[in-house]
Design a protein around this ligand. Structure first.
Ligand code: FAD
Length: 317
């Protein structure tokens, strides 16, 4: 079923979460171990992230450098199918611009359709370490809005490969990302929202936000979206804090602020076990307030670790 239909058909806040494919070479068991404890809270859908291939250089004994590619976390499409097969729950594969040309994107979408997957979260994708800024793949897309247009076209039976013209069109429900604290490259929030509105105008049916630790940021963002005429459901993304290190890593990876009150509480903790307990409490309070506010779903970034999310969900769902 489509994410948008789950939202429309429910009169209460839904539960959903995101997982990462395991590192290349590891078994799918780590995914199942992360999902098993969360199934009792009846997630409506599970997102699976997509990771761009990266480059590295191997030095040969003769001194020559060879450029090699590796996708550290492969398997998004297959993992979605495996999750649906095992748990009978809908999955939302993330689809990214980076690393794919239009034909490869089309093939991925055809595979997803063939597997009975009805949802995609359409994203530009992160830049890779070896690049100073995001660089589109030759024949691929620069922005999520362009990728979204391709998905919308396939939904209307317009394919890159002319042989496919007479096939039954796909019918993907399309979600996109939004940033309560603005995307780090955008000159200001209003400009970022202008492009968010473009994604909605092109066919995005809902928005999932970047994580935030201060609900006020979400409420202001949601109001600004509504003022700009963005009417689709906005799903808050939440992450339970779990280590002291995250005081610096989360702001640098995700370009978000940590509220001073949370920083002060984390600094008081003697060890990471205490930080985890604090993170659960903070995220549970955020969740309760967001449910009261009437958000369509609470979407947790589990990052492959279910313990904290399951303790929060146990208080709410
Ligand atoms: P876009 O919507 O393309 O926006 C990127 C930037 O360009 C913004 O600053 C925007 O304001 C600007 N912009 C947009 N359109 C235009 C235009 N037409 N002209 C000029 N400027 C424009 N990354 C992954 O690699 N894999 C994942 O699985 C993944 N999952 C994510 C899930 C969520 C919920 C979120 C919030 C992020 C996720 N990311 C993922 C990270 C995301 O790919 C990065 O934040 C990326 O830098 C931006 O992606 P986007 O889809 O928001 O890009």
């Amino acid at each position: 079923m489509k994410v948008i239909d789950y939202i429309r058909q429910s009169d209460k806040t839904l539960f959903s979460f995101e997982i990462l494919p395991p590192l290349k070479g590891q078994s799918i068991k780590s995914i199942f171990d992360a999902i098993d404890p969360l199934m009792e809270f009846k997630p409506s859908f599970i997102d699976v992230t997509y990771h761009r291939e990266e480059y590295y250089y191997k030095q040969h004994p003769n001194g020559l450098l060879e450029k090699r590619t590796i996708r550290k976390r492969p398997g998004t499409v297959g993992i979605c199918a495996a999750i649906m097969n095992r748990y009978h729950v809908d999955t939302v594969p993330h689809l990214i611009c980076g690393g794919f040309n239009k034909e490869e994107t089309e093939n991925a979408l055809i595979d997803l359709h063939f597997l009975g997957i009805e949802n995609v979260l359409v994203l530009r994708g992160d830049s890779i370490k070896s690049e100073p800024a995001f660089t589109p793949t030759e024949g691929g897309h620069q922005y999520a809005s362009e990728l979204l247009e391709q998905v919308a076209q396939i939904n209307n039976g317009i394919y890159q490969d002319e042989i496919l013209e007479n096939r039954t069109p796909t019918d993907f429900c399309i979600g996109v990302a939004g940033y309560p604290e603005k995307h780090f490259e955008a000159p200001n929030l209003n400009t970022d929202l202008k492009y968010l509105k473009l994604k909605v105008d092109l066919g995005a049916e809902y928005i999932v936000t970047q994580m935030f630790f201060d609900n006020q940021k979400f409420f202001e963002f949601e109001q600004k979206c509504r003022d700009m005429g963005i009417t689709v459901p906005i799903i808050p993304g939440l992450k339970p804090f779990s280590s002291k290190r995250q005081l610096t890593t989360l702001p640098s990876f995700f370009h978000i602020d940590i509220p001073q009150e949370l920083v002060a509480e984390v600094e008081k903790c003697q060890n990471n076990e205490q930080v985890r307990e604090l993170g659960i409490e903070w995220c549970a309070q955020q969740s309760k307030e967001l449910i009261k506010h009437g958000v369509p779903s609470l979407h947790y970034y589990s990052m492959g670790k279910s313990r904290s999310v399951s303790k929060i969900a146990a208080q709410l769902f």
